[in-house]
Design a protein. Structure first.
Length: 264
């Protein structure tokens, strides 16, 4: 069997069309949407809505400014739209129409934090299986799936009043409960990594993303062959061995265009 795994696609539909070539199945670990394109500022949802110059300033503030400065500038941008939520919804639907049409192999997909999973059933065509929270047998191995990212402890998953966009962030208790349903898995498939410091630290952003202790506990208890994930675009380490399990960041697919290959 040969299974290709991708994550953090962020709008790279051309590469996604080729991602399943030669594979028995394609696994997509989320972040299909290109919301803010930090390389091509005229692309992504914010680029479409506000233009390259304004997105460039937003990107600069993300790199060099404070969080308060970034939030304040972002609010001035959204205030220029008559109906921000409707504008975002239209842009999301346009991207999903393209992205789901690009999945050519039998595909098993879960959302990342830069996704709107409630919209997925409308766009997933024949051969695209939405498997968040499920265990699926592929080629004799049990694949367990858990999508989204976790909120920091103590933060409730409440959308900000008037927010045009809400990422797929789950309370830790909700995420842990979903992980607890994944039983006897051979391949653990998630958007976020297990809570291993080398796997959660992003060397470019210079901060640790939130990993999951529940995933690490599952790995130690069930000893799957592989744990595959994305989310951290430039990890300190792309792989680590945890006991019997090979833990692997499958790469920033938007930039590499190359799937990670599982063979057995």
């Amino acid at each position: 069997m040969r299974v290709h795994v991708v994550s953090d696609v962020h709008g790279n539909a051309d590469a996604l069309k080729r991602a399943g070539d030669g594979a028995d199945a394609l696994v997509v670990l989320g972040d299909l949407l290109d919301f803010v394109d930090y390389h091509d500022h005229d692309k992504g949802i914010m680029g479409v809505l506000f233009g390259a110059e304004k997105v460039g300033e937003f990107a600069r503030l993300r790199r060099e400014g404070t969080r308060d400065e970034t939030v304040a500038y972002s609010r001035t941008l959204w205030a220029t739209l008559d109906d921000p939520a409707a504008a975002v919804d239209e842009a999301v639907r346009e991207q999903y129409s393209t992205m789901f049409a690009s999945m050519t192999a039998p595909t098993y997909a879960i959302p990342g934090n830069v996704d709107a999973p409630s919209a997925w059933p409308e766009f997933a065509g024949e051969g695209v299986h939405l498997v968040d929270g499920e265990v699926v047998t592929i080629g004799g191995l049990r694949f367990g799936f858990a999508g989204g990212a976790v909120l920091p402890d103590g933060v409730l998953p409440r959308p900000r009043k008037g927010a045009a966009w809400r990422p797929y962030l789950r309370a830790r208790e909700e995420f842990d409960a979903a992980v607890s349903l994944l039983d006897q898995v051979d391949v653990l498939c998630t958007h976020i990594p297990p809570a291993v410091p080398e796997l959660t630290y992003d060397v470019v952003a210079r901060r640790a993303e939130l990993g999951s202790k529940a995933l690490l506990d599952l790995i130690r208890r069930q000893r799957p062959r592989w744990s595959v994930f994305g989310h951290v675009h430039q990890p300190l380490a792309a792989r680590r061995r945890v006991g019997h399990t090979e833990c692997r960041n499958v790469g920033h697919f938007k930039e590499t265009g190359q799937p990670y290959v599982l063979r057995w």
